[in-house]
Write a protein that binds this ligand. Sequence first.
Ligand code: PHE
Length: 467
Amino acid sequence: MASKNKGKIHMRAQWGSNIGFILAAAGSAVGLGNIWKFPGRAYQGGGGAFILIYILIVAFIGAAVLLAELTVGRKTQKNVVGAYKALGHPRWKWVGGMGVLCGYIISCYYIQVGGWVLRYVFSYIFSADAVYADPNGYFSNMLGQNGFPWIGAVVCPLIFISATAVVLLKGISSGIERFSKIVMPALLAILVVLTVRSVTLPGADEGIKYLLTFDWSKLTASTLLSALGQAFYSLSLGMAIMITYGSYLKKEENLVKNTGLICTLDTVIALVAAFMIIPAVFATDVEPGIGGGFAFASLAGVFEKLPVGELFGVLFYLLLLVAALTSEISILEGTTAYVTEQWHWSRKKAIIVLAVSSFVIGIFYTLSQSYLPIKGIWMDITNGVQFPSFGDFMEYVTDRLLMPLGALLFCIFVGWVWKPKHAITEIEQHSVGFRLKKVWTVLIKFVAPAAIFAILVSGLLFGMSLS
Ligand code: PHE
Protein backbone atom coordinates (compact mmCIF):
# COMPACT_ATOMS: atom_id res chain seq x y z
CA MET A 1 0.00 0.00 0.00
CA ALA A 2 2.68 2.40 1.07
CA SER A 3 4.79 1.88 -1.99
CA LYS A 4 1.78 2.12 -4.26
CA ASN A 5 0.96 5.33 -2.52
CA LYS A 6 4.47 6.62 -2.83
CA GLY A 7 4.40 5.91 -6.51
CA LYS A 8 1.17 7.83 -6.84
CA ILE A 9 2.56 10.89 -5.10
CA HIS A 10 5.64 10.76 -7.22
CA MET A 11 3.63 10.72 -10.41
CA ARG A 12 1.14 13.31 -9.23
CA ALA A 13 -0.81 14.84 -12.07
CA GLN A 14 0.10 18.30 -13.36
CA TRP A 15 -1.38 20.85 -15.68
CA GLY A 16 0.07 20.57 -19.17
CA SER A 17 0.41 24.31 -19.66
CA ASN A 18 -0.03 27.51 -17.71
CA ILE A 19 -2.80 28.75 -19.98
CA GLY A 20 -4.60 25.45 -19.40
CA PHE A 21 -4.42 26.03 -15.66
CA ILE A 22 -5.63 29.63 -16.01
CA LEU A 23 -8.63 28.55 -18.07
CA ALA A 24 -9.47 25.73 -15.67
CA ALA A 25 -9.22 28.00 -12.62
CA ALA A 26 -11.18 30.73 -14.37
CA GLY A 27 -13.70 28.06 -15.34
CA SER A 28 -14.13 27.27 -11.68
CA ALA A 29 -14.43 30.93 -10.73
CA VAL A 30 -16.79 31.88 -13.53
CA GLY A 31 -20.04 30.21 -12.63
CA LEU A 32 -23.66 30.86 -11.91
CA GLY A 33 -22.53 33.45 -9.37
CA ASN A 34 -21.10 35.68 -12.09
CA ILE A 35 -24.06 35.45 -14.38
CA TRP A 36 -27.16 35.38 -12.24
CA LYS A 37 -26.00 36.85 -8.95
CA PHE A 38 -23.53 39.59 -9.80
CA PRO A 39 -25.72 41.65 -12.17
CA GLY A 40 -28.66 41.67 -9.71
CA ARG A 41 -26.39 42.58 -6.83
CA ALA A 42 -24.81 45.37 -8.82
CA TYR A 43 -28.30 46.66 -9.56
CA GLN A 44 -29.42 46.52 -5.92
CA GLY A 45 -26.15 47.98 -4.68
CA GLY A 46 -26.45 51.17 -6.70
CA GLY A 47 -24.72 50.33 -10.00
CA GLY A 48 -21.28 51.89 -10.32
CA ALA A 49 -20.82 52.30 -6.58
CA PHE A 50 -21.24 48.58 -5.99
CA ILE A 51 -19.04 47.73 -8.96
CA LEU A 52 -16.22 49.93 -7.73
CA ILE A 53 -16.35 48.48 -4.22
CA TYR A 54 -16.50 44.97 -5.64
CA ILE A 55 -13.38 45.56 -7.74
CA LEU A 56 -11.50 46.90 -4.72
CA ILE A 57 -12.56 43.90 -2.64
CA VAL A 58 -11.39 41.45 -5.30
CA ALA A 59 -8.12 43.31 -5.82
CA PHE A 60 -7.21 43.55 -2.16
CA ILE A 61 -8.92 40.75 -0.32
CA GLY A 62 -9.97 38.13 -2.87
CA ALA A 63 -6.61 38.18 -4.65
CA ALA A 64 -4.67 37.94 -1.38
CA VAL A 65 -6.60 34.84 -0.30
CA LEU A 66 -6.46 33.27 -3.77
CA LEU A 67 -2.68 33.72 -3.86
CA ALA A 68 -2.43 32.09 -0.43
CA GLU A 69 -4.55 29.11 -1.53
CA LEU A 70 -2.58 28.54 -4.74
CA THR A 71 0.67 28.85 -2.79
CA VAL A 72 -0.29 26.28 -0.16
CA GLY A 73 -1.41 23.93 -2.93
CA ARG A 74 1.73 24.34 -5.01
CA LYS A 75 4.02 24.12 -1.99
CA THR A 76 2.55 20.89 -0.66
CA GLN A 77 1.35 19.23 -3.87
CA LYS A 78 -1.45 17.81 -1.80
CA ASN A 79 -5.21 17.86 -1.43
CA VAL A 80 -6.64 20.32 1.05
CA VAL A 81 -6.44 18.01 4.07
CA GLY A 82 -3.06 16.54 3.20
CA ALA A 83 -1.74 20.09 2.75
CA TYR A 84 -2.01 20.95 6.44
CA LYS A 85 -0.28 17.73 7.36
CA ALA A 86 2.47 18.33 4.83
CA LEU A 87 3.14 21.76 6.32
CA GLY A 88 3.62 20.16 9.72
CA HIS A 89 0.29 21.14 11.25
CA PRO A 90 -1.86 18.03 11.17
CA ARG A 91 -4.19 19.45 13.82
CA TRP A 92 -5.46 21.93 11.26
CA LYS A 93 -6.54 19.21 8.90
CA TRP A 94 -10.18 19.53 9.92
CA VAL A 95 -10.20 23.02 8.41
CA GLY A 96 -9.44 21.29 5.13
CA GLY A 97 -12.11 18.72 5.95
CA MET A 98 -14.62 21.52 6.38
CA GLY A 99 -13.70 22.81 2.92
CA VAL A 100 -14.27 19.35 1.46
CA LEU A 101 -17.66 19.12 3.15
CA CYS A 102 -18.62 22.58 1.93
CA GLY A 103 -17.64 21.66 -1.63
CA TYR A 104 -19.62 18.45 -1.40
CA ILE A 105 -22.80 20.22 -0.30
CA ILE A 106 -22.40 22.83 -3.03
CA SER A 107 -21.88 20.03 -5.52
CA CYS A 108 -25.24 18.49 -4.53
CA TYR A 109 -27.20 21.60 -5.42
CA TYR A 110 -25.01 22.75 -8.30
CA ILE A 111 -25.76 19.48 -10.11
CA GLN A 112 -29.46 20.20 -9.85
CA VAL A 113 -29.23 23.77 -11.02
CA GLY A 114 -26.94 22.63 -13.84
CA GLY A 115 -29.71 20.19 -14.78
CA TRP A 116 -32.34 22.94 -14.80
CA VAL A 117 -30.12 24.99 -17.09
CA LEU A 118 -29.81 22.06 -19.46
CA ARG A 119 -33.58 21.63 -19.37
CA TYR A 120 -33.98 25.25 -20.44
CA VAL A 121 -31.58 24.84 -23.34
CA PHE A 122 -34.02 22.21 -24.64
CA SER A 123 -37.06 24.26 -23.68
CA TYR A 124 -35.92 27.23 -25.74
CA ILE A 125 -35.08 24.99 -28.69
CA PHE A 126 -38.36 23.06 -28.71
CA SER A 127 -41.01 24.86 -26.75
CA ALA A 128 -40.20 28.49 -26.10
CA ASP A 129 -43.89 29.34 -26.49
CA ALA A 130 -44.76 27.21 -23.49
CA VAL A 131 -42.18 29.11 -21.41
CA TYR A 132 -43.47 32.48 -22.61
CA ALA A 133 -47.09 31.54 -21.93
CA ASP A 134 -46.49 31.14 -18.21
CA PRO A 135 -42.85 31.64 -17.17
CA ASN A 136 -43.43 31.14 -13.44
CA GLY A 137 -45.70 28.15 -13.95
CA TYR A 138 -43.24 26.54 -16.36
CA PHE A 139 -40.44 26.96 -13.86
CA SER A 140 -42.35 25.60 -10.85
CA ASN A 141 -43.63 22.78 -12.97
CA MET A 142 -40.06 21.79 -13.75
CA LEU A 143 -39.47 21.76 -9.99
CA GLY A 144 -42.42 19.50 -9.26
CA GLN A 145 -45.43 21.65 -8.56
CA ASN A 146 -47.66 19.30 -10.53
CA GLY A 147 -46.20 15.89 -9.84
CA PHE A 148 -42.82 14.31 -9.49
CA PRO A 149 -40.28 16.36 -11.48
CA TRP A 150 -38.55 13.60 -13.41
CA ILE A 151 -36.96 15.85 -15.96
CA GLY A 152 -35.91 18.73 -13.70
CA ALA A 153 -34.72 16.70 -10.73
CA VAL A 154 -33.55 13.44 -12.26
CA VAL A 155 -32.98 13.23 -16.02
CA CYS A 156 -31.29 16.56 -16.70
CA PRO A 157 -29.17 16.62 -13.52
CA LEU A 158 -28.09 13.06 -14.37
CA ILE A 159 -26.89 14.14 -17.80
CA PHE A 160 -25.11 17.10 -16.21
CA ILE A 161 -23.29 15.04 -13.56
CA SER A 162 -22.43 12.34 -16.09
CA ALA A 163 -20.73 14.92 -18.31
CA THR A 164 -18.81 16.20 -15.29
CA ALA A 165 -17.73 12.68 -14.34
CA VAL A 166 -16.60 11.85 -17.88
CA VAL A 167 -14.32 14.90 -17.94
CA LEU A 168 -12.91 14.13 -14.49
CA LEU A 169 -12.30 10.48 -15.34
CA LYS A 170 -9.99 11.59 -18.13
CA GLY A 171 -7.76 13.24 -15.55
CA ILE A 172 -6.25 16.64 -14.95
CA SER A 173 -4.52 17.66 -18.16
CA SER A 174 -6.40 15.50 -20.65
CA GLY A 175 -9.71 15.97 -18.87
CA ILE A 176 -10.22 19.23 -16.99
CA GLU A 177 -7.59 21.20 -18.87
CA ARG A 178 -8.57 20.06 -22.33
CA PHE A 179 -12.24 20.62 -21.67
CA SER A 180 -11.63 24.12 -20.27
CA LYS A 181 -9.52 25.05 -23.28
CA ILE A 182 -12.41 24.24 -25.57
CA VAL A 183 -15.38 25.58 -23.65
CA MET A 184 -13.99 28.71 -22.02
CA PRO A 185 -13.37 30.49 -25.37
CA ALA A 186 -16.90 29.42 -26.36
CA LEU A 187 -18.24 30.94 -23.15
CA LEU A 188 -16.48 34.22 -23.92
CA ALA A 189 -17.80 34.25 -27.48
CA ILE A 190 -21.41 33.69 -26.38
CA LEU A 191 -21.08 36.32 -23.69
CA VAL A 192 -19.88 38.88 -26.23
CA VAL A 193 -22.70 38.09 -28.68
CA LEU A 194 -25.36 38.41 -25.99
CA THR A 195 -23.87 41.59 -24.55
CA VAL A 196 -23.72 43.27 -27.94
CA ARG A 197 -27.36 42.30 -28.49
CA SER A 198 -28.34 43.67 -25.10
CA VAL A 199 -26.59 47.04 -25.23
CA THR A 200 -27.87 47.74 -28.75
CA LEU A 201 -31.55 47.28 -27.86
CA PRO A 202 -33.70 50.38 -27.99
CA GLY A 203 -33.96 51.62 -24.41
CA ALA A 204 -30.80 49.84 -23.30
CA ASP A 205 -28.98 53.08 -22.59
CA GLU A 206 -30.98 53.56 -19.38
CA GLY A 207 -29.51 50.32 -18.07
CA ILE A 208 -26.01 51.23 -19.18
CA LYS A 209 -26.34 54.60 -17.49
CA TYR A 210 -27.56 52.94 -14.33
CA LEU A 211 -24.48 50.73 -14.16
CA LEU A 212 -22.19 53.69 -14.70
CA THR A 213 -23.86 55.95 -12.14
CA PHE A 214 -22.54 56.04 -8.62
CA ASP A 215 -25.55 55.94 -6.34
CA TRP A 216 -23.79 55.87 -2.99
CA SER A 217 -27.05 55.99 -1.04
CA LYS A 218 -27.75 52.36 -1.96
CA LEU A 219 -24.40 51.23 -0.66
CA THR A 220 -25.21 50.16 2.87
CA ALA A 221 -23.39 47.85 5.26
CA SER A 222 -25.44 44.97 3.96
CA THR A 223 -24.60 45.61 0.31
CA LEU A 224 -20.96 45.87 1.30
CA LEU A 225 -21.15 42.48 2.95
CA SER A 226 -22.97 41.06 -0.02
CA ALA A 227 -20.10 42.31 -2.24
CA LEU A 228 -17.60 40.61 0.04
CA GLY A 229 -19.52 37.35 0.08
CA GLN A 230 -19.98 37.54 -3.67
CA ALA A 231 -16.22 37.99 -4.18
CA PHE A 232 -15.37 34.90 -2.14
CA TYR A 233 -18.03 32.78 -3.77
CA SER A 234 -17.09 33.99 -7.20
CA LEU A 235 -13.40 33.21 -6.77
CA SER A 236 -14.30 29.74 -5.38
CA LEU A 237 -12.38 30.50 -2.18
CA GLY A 238 -12.59 28.94 1.26
CA MET A 239 -13.00 25.42 -0.06
CA ALA A 240 -10.99 22.55 -1.35
CA ILE A 241 -10.79 23.98 -4.83
CA MET A 242 -8.03 26.49 -5.41
CA ILE A 243 -5.62 24.67 -3.11
CA THR A 244 -6.20 21.53 -5.16
CA TYR A 245 -5.88 23.32 -8.51
CA GLY A 246 -2.70 25.01 -7.22
CA SER A 247 -1.30 21.63 -6.24
CA TYR A 248 -1.17 20.57 -9.90
CA LEU A 249 0.94 23.61 -10.84
CA LYS A 250 4.55 23.28 -11.88
CA LYS A 251 7.13 24.91 -9.64
CA GLU A 252 8.28 27.29 -12.35
CA GLU A 253 4.92 28.98 -12.85
CA ASN A 254 4.46 32.49 -11.49
CA LEU A 255 1.83 32.41 -8.75
CA VAL A 256 1.39 36.17 -8.48
CA LYS A 257 0.80 36.64 -12.18
CA ASN A 258 -1.59 33.69 -12.25
CA THR A 259 -3.57 35.07 -9.32
CA GLY A 260 -3.88 38.40 -11.12
CA LEU A 261 -5.04 36.73 -14.32
CA ILE A 262 -7.69 34.60 -12.62
CA CYS A 263 -9.06 37.54 -10.63
CA THR A 264 -9.12 39.71 -13.74
CA LEU A 265 -10.88 37.14 -15.89
CA ASP A 266 -13.46 36.37 -13.22
CA THR A 267 -14.20 40.02 -12.54
CA VAL A 268 -14.28 41.12 -16.16
CA ILE A 269 -16.72 38.32 -16.94
CA ALA A 270 -18.95 39.33 -14.00
CA LEU A 271 -18.90 42.94 -15.21
CA VAL A 272 -19.69 42.00 -18.77
CA ALA A 273 -22.52 39.82 -17.48
CA ALA A 274 -23.94 42.88 -15.73
CA PHE A 275 -23.82 44.76 -19.04
CA MET A 276 -25.50 41.79 -20.69
CA ILE A 277 -28.38 41.53 -18.19
CA ILE A 278 -29.17 45.00 -16.88
CA PRO A 279 -29.53 46.91 -20.18
CA ALA A 280 -31.70 44.08 -21.57
CA VAL A 281 -34.02 44.07 -18.57
CA PHE A 282 -34.30 47.86 -18.64
CA ALA A 283 -35.10 47.77 -22.35
CA THR A 284 -37.86 45.20 -21.89
CA ASP A 285 -39.31 46.41 -18.57
CA VAL A 286 -38.39 43.33 -16.61
CA GLU A 287 -37.54 43.67 -12.93
CA PRO A 288 -33.84 42.83 -12.31
CA GLY A 289 -33.30 40.11 -9.73
CA ILE A 290 -31.01 37.42 -8.39
CA GLY A 291 -31.04 33.65 -8.57
CA GLY A 292 -33.21 30.96 -10.08
CA GLY A 293 -36.56 32.74 -10.16
CA PHE A 294 -34.97 35.58 -12.06
CA ALA A 295 -32.80 33.54 -14.42
CA PHE A 296 -35.49 31.04 -15.33
CA ALA A 297 -38.76 32.90 -15.04
CA SER A 298 -38.26 36.67 -15.27
CA LEU A 299 -35.82 36.50 -18.15
CA ALA A 300 -38.46 34.85 -20.33
CA GLY A 301 -39.98 38.33 -20.49
CA VAL A 302 -36.79 39.58 -22.14
CA PHE A 303 -36.45 36.80 -24.70
CA GLU A 304 -40.10 37.00 -25.62
CA LYS A 305 -39.72 40.62 -26.65
CA LEU A 306 -36.57 40.19 -28.73
CA PRO A 307 -36.67 39.34 -32.42
CA VAL A 308 -35.49 35.70 -32.67
CA GLY A 309 -35.60 35.68 -28.88
CA GLU A 310 -35.51 31.87 -28.78
CA LEU A 311 -32.09 31.90 -30.33
CA PHE A 312 -30.82 34.28 -27.67
CA GLY A 313 -32.54 32.14 -25.04
CA VAL A 314 -30.68 29.04 -26.23
CA LEU A 315 -27.39 30.96 -26.26
CA PHE A 316 -28.01 32.34 -22.78
CA TYR A 317 -28.71 28.94 -21.23
CA LEU A 318 -25.74 27.44 -23.08
CA LEU A 319 -23.62 30.15 -21.51
CA LEU A 320 -24.95 29.23 -18.08
CA LEU A 321 -24.41 25.56 -18.83
CA VAL A 322 -20.73 25.99 -19.65
CA ALA A 323 -20.22 28.24 -16.64
CA ALA A 324 -21.91 25.72 -14.36
CA LEU A 325 -20.11 22.68 -15.82
CA THR A 326 -16.59 24.03 -15.36
CA SER A 327 -17.46 25.08 -11.80
CA GLU A 328 -18.97 21.72 -10.94
CA ILE A 329 -15.90 20.00 -12.37
CA SER A 330 -13.69 21.97 -9.99
CA ILE A 331 -15.87 21.27 -6.97
CA LEU A 332 -15.85 17.56 -7.61
CA GLU A 333 -12.11 17.55 -8.34
CA GLY A 334 -11.37 19.11 -4.93
CA THR A 335 -13.34 16.37 -3.21
CA THR A 336 -11.92 13.66 -5.46
CA ALA A 337 -8.34 14.68 -4.66
CA TYR A 338 -9.19 14.40 -0.98
CA VAL A 339 -10.76 10.97 -1.26
CA THR A 340 -8.05 9.49 -3.48
CA GLU A 341 -5.14 10.79 -1.43
CA GLN A 342 -6.48 10.51 2.09
CA TRP A 343 -8.64 7.42 1.80
CA HIS A 344 -6.53 5.79 -0.90
CA TRP A 345 -9.45 5.15 -3.20
CA SER A 346 -8.83 4.79 -6.91
CA ARG A 347 -9.69 7.89 -8.90
CA LYS A 348 -12.41 6.03 -10.76
CA LYS A 349 -14.12 4.77 -7.63
CA ALA A 350 -13.87 8.18 -5.97
CA ILE A 351 -15.42 10.00 -8.90
CA ILE A 352 -18.23 7.52 -9.35
CA VAL A 353 -19.15 7.34 -5.66
CA LEU A 354 -18.99 11.12 -5.22
CA ALA A 355 -20.93 11.82 -8.38
CA VAL A 356 -23.69 9.30 -7.67
CA SER A 357 -24.10 10.25 -4.01
CA SER A 358 -24.20 14.00 -4.57
CA PHE A 359 -26.62 13.49 -7.44
CA VAL A 360 -28.97 11.48 -5.22
CA ILE A 361 -28.81 13.91 -2.29
CA GLY A 362 -29.22 16.82 -4.67
CA ILE A 363 -32.57 15.49 -5.91
CA PHE A 364 -34.03 16.65 -2.59
CA TYR A 365 -32.80 20.14 -3.31
CA THR A 366 -35.08 20.33 -6.32
CA LEU A 367 -37.91 18.45 -4.62
CA SER A 368 -37.85 20.89 -1.72
CA GLN A 369 -38.65 23.81 -3.99
CA SER A 370 -42.13 22.98 -5.19
CA TYR A 371 -42.87 19.25 -4.87
CA LEU A 372 -45.46 19.25 -2.13
CA PRO A 373 -44.82 15.91 -0.40
CA ILE A 374 -41.22 16.95 0.30
CA LYS A 375 -41.81 20.65 0.63
CA GLY A 376 -44.50 19.86 3.21
CA ILE A 377 -42.11 17.81 5.37
CA TRP A 378 -39.62 20.65 5.28
CA MET A 379 -42.27 23.17 6.22
CA ASP A 380 -43.26 21.00 9.17
CA ILE A 381 -39.69 20.81 10.39
CA THR A 382 -38.99 24.51 10.11
CA ASN A 383 -42.46 25.94 10.36
CA GLY A 384 -41.48 27.96 7.33
CA VAL A 385 -39.32 30.20 9.47
CA GLN A 386 -35.95 31.48 8.28
CA PHE A 387 -35.37 28.98 5.49
CA PRO A 388 -38.26 28.69 3.07
CA SER A 389 -36.77 25.51 1.58
CA PHE A 390 -34.18 22.83 2.16
CA GLY A 391 -32.33 24.41 -0.75
CA ASP A 392 -32.11 27.76 0.99
CA PHE A 393 -30.83 25.99 4.03
CA MET A 394 -28.07 24.27 2.01
CA GLU A 395 -27.05 27.57 0.48
CA TYR A 396 -27.04 29.23 3.87
CA VAL A 397 -24.85 26.55 5.44
CA THR A 398 -22.31 26.75 2.63
CA ASP A 399 -22.28 30.44 1.63
CA ARG A 400 -22.82 31.94 5.02
CA LEU A 401 -21.17 29.50 7.40
CA LEU A 402 -18.80 26.87 6.05
CA MET A 403 -17.22 28.94 3.29
CA PRO A 404 -16.46 32.05 5.41
CA LEU A 405 -15.40 29.95 8.40
CA GLY A 406 -13.07 27.88 6.22
CA ALA A 407 -11.62 31.00 4.60
CA LEU A 408 -11.17 32.75 7.96
CA LEU A 409 -9.36 29.82 9.54
CA PHE A 410 -7.27 29.42 6.39
CA CYS A 411 -6.12 33.07 6.59
CA ILE A 412 -5.31 32.66 10.28
CA PHE A 413 -3.37 29.54 9.41
CA VAL A 414 -1.29 31.18 6.68
CA GLY A 415 -0.90 34.51 8.49
CA TRP A 416 -0.18 33.31 12.00
CA VAL A 417 0.62 29.62 12.07
CA TRP A 418 2.46 28.69 8.89
CA LYS A 419 3.66 32.32 8.60
CA PRO A 420 3.75 34.56 5.51
CA LYS A 421 7.52 34.31 5.18
CA HIS A 422 7.28 30.64 4.30
CA ALA A 423 4.57 31.36 1.77
CA ILE A 424 6.70 34.13 0.28
CA THR A 425 9.63 31.74 -0.12
CA GLU A 426 7.36 29.47 -2.17
CA ILE A 427 5.94 32.37 -4.16
CA GLU A 428 9.41 33.68 -5.01
CA GLN A 429 10.86 30.29 -5.73
CA HIS A 430 11.17 30.55 -9.46
CA SER A 431 9.92 33.99 -10.26
CA VAL A 432 11.47 37.36 -9.68
CA GLY A 433 10.89 38.95 -6.27
CA PHE A 434 7.34 39.41 -5.05
CA ARG A 435 7.19 43.19 -4.82
CA LEU A 436 3.99 43.42 -2.84
CA LYS A 437 5.02 41.01 -0.13
CA LYS A 438 4.62 43.53 2.70
CA VAL A 439 1.17 44.55 1.53
CA TRP A 440 0.18 40.93 1.07
CA THR A 441 1.38 40.05 4.57
CA VAL A 442 -0.81 42.76 6.09
CA LEU A 443 -3.77 41.71 3.95
CA ILE A 444 -3.58 38.04 4.84
CA LYS A 445 -2.87 38.61 8.54
CA PHE A 446 -5.31 41.39 9.31
CA VAL A 447 -7.50 42.75 6.54
CA ALA A 448 -8.82 39.51 5.02
CA PRO A 449 -9.58 37.82 8.36
CA ALA A 450 -11.40 40.93 9.61
CA ALA A 451 -13.51 41.16 6.45
CA ILE A 452 -14.35 37.47 6.48
CA PHE A 453 -15.21 37.66 10.16
CA ALA A 454 -17.75 40.36 9.29
CA ILE A 455 -19.38 38.07 6.69
CA LEU A 456 -19.53 35.27 9.19
CA VAL A 457 -21.07 37.35 11.97
CA SER A 458 -23.60 38.91 9.65
CA GLY A 459 -24.56 35.44 8.42
CA LEU A 460 -25.13 34.27 11.98
CA LEU A 461 -27.08 37.35 12.97
CA PHE A 462 -29.18 37.99 9.93
CA GLY A 463 -29.50 34.57 8.33
CA MET A 464 -30.69 34.60 4.76
CA SER A 465 -31.89 38.16 4.79
CA LEU A 466 -28.59 39.48 3.47
CA SER A 467 -28.39 37.27 0.44
N1 PHE B 1 -17.30 30.39 -8.36
C1 PHE B 1 -18.51 29.83 -8.83
C2 PHE B 1 -19.51 30.89 -9.24
O1 PHE B 1 -19.22 32.03 -9.32
C3 PHE B 1 -19.22 28.98 -7.84
C4 PHE B 1 -18.42 28.04 -7.13
C5 PHE B 1 -18.46 28.05 -5.80
C6 PHE B 1 -17.65 27.15 -7.80
C7 PHE B 1 -17.71 27.20 -5.11
C8 PHE B 1 -16.89 26.29 -7.13
C9 PHE B 1 -16.94 26.33 -5.78
O2 PHE B 1 -20.65 30.56 -9.48
